[in-house]
Ligand binder design. Structure first.
Ligand code: 13P
Length: 253
């Protein structure tokens, strides 16, 4: 029997948070986690890059890991405004999100570029959280499984393992909208992702965590996290405060 992967509850702060409020919320969450006897999941916060050193210091000795929201494919060079995976690792990150739909949309990131970023993450010793997901129009046309399959094929590097790669299924139409797919729809997509991962990466694919993301809140986290092949959540808006994030973390804590 393959070992059940340890769930990951990850917060993506996107372009939100300043030093003082970010520290306060992260510390409040760390305090709640400190009270858990045997923690059943990993907890991650991915703040904006300028807050990484601040949160690293604030969360020292806590059970919360920090991660980046994006990285450049190169390690160094003339790429104004970009941050490399090596820099994130140097700043104390263990994870980096790549291929988020907001970056695919706002910065024209292709599967090929996302794959190069995931390879950069692996090169730097980081675990890449590779995001995939269909738009509302694609879902209406019943193309979800095809679209997600193509994104996985194009975005996951050959060297992906259960240790260095996490897949996040985030339907674009569910992000920030308050809408979520039904548990049945999530089960269907996650099962399809799992079978593709196993076909391509064999035992490693069985152990890779598949997160659900898109309007995860305290009120729906229990149901979504109970779905087969949902090994955690990638949470946006509801990860910004300890008050909102804690009830989601607690489902798996
Ligand atoms: P929301 O939880 O705000 O819908 O965002 C989800 C997301 O995009 C996380 O990466």
């Amino acid at each position: 029997m393959a070992k059940q992967p340890r769930p990951l509850i990850a917060g993506n702060w996107k372009m939100n948070g300043l030093a003082r409020s970010g520290t306060r919320e992260a510390r409040a969450l760390a305090k709640r986690l400190a009270g858990v006897k045997r923690l059943g999941c990993e907890v991650l916060i991915c703040p904006p890059a300028p807050l990484l050193p601040v949160l690293r210091a604030a969360l020292k000795g806590s059970r919360i890991a920090i991660g980046g929201q994006d990285c450049h494919a190169a390690a160094t060079g003339a790429h104004t405004g970009d941050v490399s995976a090596e820099m994130l690792a140097d700043a104390g990150c263990r994870y980096v999100i790549v291929g988020h739909s907001e970056r695919r949309a706002d910065h024209g990131e292709t599967d090929r570029r996302v794959r190069a970023k995931a390879e950069a993450a692996h090169r730097a010793g980081l675990t890449a959280i590779v995001c995939v997901g269909e738009t509302a129009a694609q879902r209406r046309r019943r193309e979800t499984l095809k679209v997600v399959g193509a994104q996985l094929r194009g975005s996951l590097p050959a060297g992906a393992t259960a240790g260095n790669t996490v897949v996040a299924y985030e339907p674009v139409w569910a992000i920030g909208s308050g809408l979520t797919p039904t548990a049945g729809d999530v089960a269907e997509v996650h099962a399809s992702i799992r079978s593709r991962l196993v076909r391509r990466f064999k035992a490693e694919g069985r152990g890779m965590r598949i997160l659900y993301g898109g309007s995860v809140k305290a009120g729906n986290a229990g149901e979504l996290l109970a779905v087969a092949n949902v090994d955690g959540a990638l949470v946006g808006g509801a990860s910004l405060t300890a008050k909102d994030f804690w009830p989601i973390v607690r489902v798996r804590a």
